[in-house]
Design a protein around this ligand. Structure first.
Ligand code: NI
Length: 182
């Protein structure tokens, strides 16, 4: 268990396509998930992808456990997203409807931007034990999944911003909010 350093935009590993996980329920995979969870909680992230701690594998985690009663201060208005470990994800947009929304990223500290994302999507993959995950989601849940899975293909959210006028510093856009770690 450890809080790991989160790599920031500019690190080459954040631009790489991550490798598929081939073995489930291994001590190495469980240790990776624990480090991701510890780091995400420490940074108040809505999610985190393995490449962000320098591990170029197709592993993301996101959401909050039901036992986490505190609302995430970085996304206070967000709908609850269940805590999810998602490995080797496959995303399939449902329809062409897009939705714009604010995003931040632990690898781009202190910044926010408006990013268009598919409003509804199907995602599939595996948890750390190799159990299949298969869900239809929309809204903020769909946004978080798209953001995290983009990390596995070397895509950071600023690359998705349609109009860079909507990219800037969190405390300038939202002067009355406390953004804590970023
Ligand atoms: Ni991110």
């Amino acid at each position: 268990m450890a809080v790991r350093e989160v790599l920031r935009m500019g690190e080459p590993v954040l631009l790489q396509k991550a490798a598929a996980v081939e073995a489930f329920n291994t001590p190495e995979l469980h240790a990776l998930i624990q480090d991701l969870e510890d780091t995400m909680k420490h940074m108040n992230g809505a999610g985190i992808a393995a490449p962000q701690i320098g591990v170029s594998q197709r592993v993301v985690i996101f959401g909050q456990k039901e036992t986490d009663t505190a609302i995430n201060p970085r996304y206070p208005d967000a709908d609850a997203v269940p805590y999810t470990v998602l490995i080797n994800p496959v995303l399939t947009p449902l329809g062409t409807a897009m939705e714009e929304g604010w995003e931040g990223c632990l690898s781009v500290p202190g910044m926010r931007g408006i990013v268009p994302r598919f409003q509804r999507l199907h995602y599939a993959g595996y948890d750390q034990f190799g159990n299949k995950i298969d869900r239809l989601v929309s809204g903020f849940h769909a946004r978080v999944v798209q953001h995290e899975c983009d990390h596995l293909d070397g895509i950071l959210y600023p690359m998705r911003i349609a109009d860079l006028k909507h990219f800037g510093f969190s405390d300038v856009f939202f002067p009355n909010q406390d953004f804590q770690d970023d």
